[in-house]
Design a protein around this ligand. Structure first.
Ligand code: HSE
Length: 411
C-alpha cells in the first residue's frame, strides 16, 4: 500500500480525497498498488467530515512520516506551497500539484530538484483542469517541434464572454452571474485580468520550448474592456471574442507570447469552445493541429488530473526525465512591440474612414446594427504591434477617439 498526503482541503483537495475513495479499486489496478490518503494538511478543522481524523495542522507530520511517498499540494499560492514542496522533494517524496502560480514561477527549479532527488514533480492539473495536456505535450507529441500553442485557458472568462455573445449580457452582469454560480473568485482579478491564463500559457510554453517563460515577460490583457459593440463587430467579421493565451515560435527563433482578448473565426475549433470549457490547440510540425477540449476547472475534473499524477508517481521507477525545462537565460520572449499582430480597432470621429485609410492603408470595415454614424470599426493587415500603437496615436492626433482595440487570430 502507498500512503499519500493532501495539503489543502479546499475544493480540489476534498475532490482528490473523494476520487481516491470512490474510484479506489480501479485506481489500485492502474497503479499496481492500493493508494491510501493518510494525512490531510489544513489550517481548519473539519468536524463534520468523515476524514476529520486524518486532518493535521502541522506540516512536519507529513514531512517526517517515512511512509508517505507522494504528496498532493493543492493549497495554491506561492508560500508556503513553495517551501513545503522543496522540503518534501528534498526528503525524497514526489509532489503533484494543481498550483499554476507556483509552477509558472518556480517550475524549472522544482523540476531540477526532483530530478536531483530521483522523485517526481508533476502538475497535470495546473493547466486545463481535467484535460490531459501536460503529459501529451512531453510524451505523445515528443516527436514534434511545436510551432504554436493557443488556448482558451480560463473557464470564468469564457463563461462571461459566452454570455455576452449569446445573450448580449453586459460584462458586469455576466461577471456577477459567474460569481453567483461559483465560477469566478470573489476577487475576480486573476480571471478577468488574464493573470490565470498567463500563468497557464507560461507553463505550456516552458514545456514546449524547454526554457522557463515567466509571467512577467508576457504581455497580458484581460476582458474588462470588451463591450457588446465589439462582440457585434466581431460577429460581422465572422468571429467571436475569446480570451486567448498564445505562444508562437517566430522565424527569428524567439517566442511571441501574449494573453489578450482576440477575435477568432466562429468556425474554428477554438471558436466553438463555449461556457466554462477550455480548449487548447497545439500546432506540431509533424502532427499539424491537435486540439484538447474539456472542463478546465472544478472539483472533480481537477482532482482527476491530480490523482492521475499520483498514479504516475506510484508507477514511475524514478524520475520522469521528459518532463523538464531549464531556467531561463532571458531574451527568449520577443519584445511585445515587435511581435506581429492583426489589429481590430473601433473608433469615433468625423471622416473616420478616410483618416483610418491614411494611417493603416486598405482595411476591412465592419458593421453593426444601430451603430452611431460617427463610429467606425475595422480590421487592418498584419503588422508589428509597434505600428498598431503608433497608428492609434496618429488616429488620436487626427481627432479620432479610440474606443477599443483587439487582435484577430488566424484559427
Ligand atoms: N479560475 C480558473 C478558471 C480555475 O476559471 O479557469 C481553474 O484554473
Amino acid at each position: 500500500m502507498i500512503k499519500i498526503a493532501v495539503m489543502g482541503f479546499g475544493v480540489v483537495g476534498s475532490g482528490v480525497v473523494e476520487v481516491c475513495d470512490k474510484n479506489g479499486s480501479s485506481i489500485q489496478k492502474r497503479a499496481g498498488e492500493e493508494i491510501s490518503v493518510s494525512r490531510i494538511l489544513d489550517l481548519r478543522d473539519f468536524p463534520e467530515s468523515p476524514y476529520r481524523e486524518l486532518v493535521t495542522h502541522n506540516f512536519e507530520d507529513i514531512l517526517h512520516d517515512p511512509e508517505i511517498a507522494v504528496v498532493a499540494e493543492v493549497m495554491g499560492g506561492l508560500e508556503p506551497a513553495y517551501s513545503y514542496s522543496r522540503a518534501l522533494i528534498q526528503a525524497g517524496k514526489s509532489v503533484v500539484t494543481s498550483n499554476k502560480e507556483l509552477v509558472s514561477e518556480k517550475g524549472a527549479e522544482l523540476l531540477a530538484l526532483a530530478k536531483e532527488h530521483n522523485v517526481n514533480y508533476l502538475f497535470e492539473a495546473s493547466v486545463g483542469g481535467g484535460i490531459p495536456i501536460i503529459r501529451p505535450l512531453h510524451m505523445c507529441l515528443a516527436a514534434n517541434e511545436i510551432d504554436e500553442i493557443a488556448g482558451i485557458l480560463n473557464g470564468t472568462t469564457n463563461f462571461i464572454l459566452t454570455k455576452m455573445i449569446r445573450e448580449q449580457m453586459p460584462f458586469g452582469e455576466a461577471l456577477a452571474l459567474a460569481q453567483r454560480l461559483g465560477y469566478a473568485e470573489r476577487d475576480p482579478s486573476a480571471d478577468v485580468d488574464g493573470f490565470d491564463a498567463c500563468r497557464k500559457i507560461c507553463i505550456l510554453a516552458s514545456l514546449a520550448y524547454g526554457r522557463h517563460i515567466y509571467p512577467r515577460e508576457v504581455h497580458t490583457e484581460g476582458i474588462r474592456a470588451v463591450t457588446l459593440e465589439d462582440v457585434a463587430y466581431a460577429g460581422d467579421w465572422g468571429g467571436v471574442i475569446k480570451l486567448v493565451g498564445r505562444a508562437k515560435r517566430l522565424e527569428s527563433g524567439k517566442l511571441a507570447v501574449r494573453v489578450s482578448p482576440a477575435i477568432i473565426s466562429h468556425e474554428s475549433q477554438l471558436g466553438t469552445v463555449d461556457d466554462v470549457f477550455n480548449g487548447i490547440l497545439v500546432r506540431g510540425n509533424a502532427t499539424g493541429d491537435v486540439v484538447f477540449y474539456g472542463k478546465g476547472a472544478g472539483k472533480l475534473p481537477t482532482a482527476s488530473a491530480v490523482v492521475g499524477d499520483i498514479v504516475d508517481c506510484v508507477k514511475a521507477k524514478g524520475t520522469i526525465r521528459s518532463l523538464t525545462w531549464t531556467p531561463s537565460e532571458g531574451g527568449e520572449v520577443e519584445d511585445y512591440r515587435r511581435s506581429p499582430v492583426t489589429p481590430y480597432i473601433r473608433c469615433r470621429g468625423v471622416h473616420a474612414s478616410e483618416t483610418v485609410e491614411s494611417v493603416f492603408g486598405t482595411v476591412r470595415a465592419l458593421h453593426r446594427k444601430d451603430a452611431p454614424r460617427d463610429e467606425y470599426a475595422f480590421v487592418a493587415g498584419e503588422m508589428p504591434q509597434s505600428r498598431v500603437d503608433d497608428g492609434r496615436a496618429r488616429l488620436e492626433e487626427d481627432g479620432l477617439e479610440i474606443l477599443s482595440t483587439l487582435c484577430v487570430l488566424d484559427y
